[in-house]
Design a protein around this ligand. Structure first.
Ligand SMILES: NC(=O)c1ccc[n+]([C@@H]2O[C@H](COP(=O)([O-])OP(=O)(O)OC[C@H]3O[C@@H](n4cnc5c(N)ncnc54)[C@H](O)[C@@H]3O)[C@@H](O)[C@H]2O)c1
Length: 135
């Protein structure tokens, strides 16, 4: 039970892999902050967790926006006192054939994804408990 009582932010927690991770972390006793672009989707994940007896909080965030990422981190810290785990899952994914993706859109998407993930880590890094392992 390594997740028990850990404060876990999961971006993209409103759907797919992020929702599955949120449910699993909560089932293992984690206190999950479900962060998603769509608050209603995040809340739906929280509702599933709550019905199952777990603990979770829904927050809206666009991980491409540094100020919003900082606000989520501040919310988690003010609510729970610390952050133990971050799952940087949120991103877009396309199944468009590679030949149909215009270069600008492809580069823009990859840069946005990399930038968003980097922002999340950089801003949470300062809030790791002393002695916490490197990501
Ligand atoms: N599903 C796969 O087969 C697969 C394979 C490899 C990698 N991935 C990656 O895993 C991640 C999740 O995939 P998935 O299939 O669960 O996707 P999904 O579309 O089911 O879920 C993504 C979630 O992220 C949220 N989101 C999107 N942009 C956001 C933003 N800017 N800020 C906050 N939340 C945002 C969406 O609202 C959604 O709830 C993605 O990064 C995807 O590229 C998925």
């Amino acid at each position: 039970m390594r997740i028990a009582n850990q404060i876990c932010i999961i971006t993209g927690g409103g759907s797919g892999i992020g929702r599955a991770a949120s449910l699993q972390f909560a089932a293992e006793g984690g206190n999950v902050v479900v962060a998603d672009l769509h608050l209603d989707a995040a809340q739906a994940t929280v509702d599933l967790i709550t019905v199952a007896g777990g603990k979770a909080l829904a927050v809206a965030v666009d991980v491409g926006d540094s100020a919003q990422v900082q606000a989520v981190i501040a919310k988690a810290v003010s609510t729970h006192g610390s952050i133990d785990v971050i799952v940087n899952d949120a991103a877009m994914m396309t199944f468009t054939p590679i030949v149909d993706i215009v270069e600008a859109a492809f580069i823009g998407h990859r840069q946005a994804e990399a930038s968003a993930k980097r922002r999340g880590w950089v801003e949470a890094e300062d809030r790791r408990p002393t002695g916490a392992p490197e990501a």
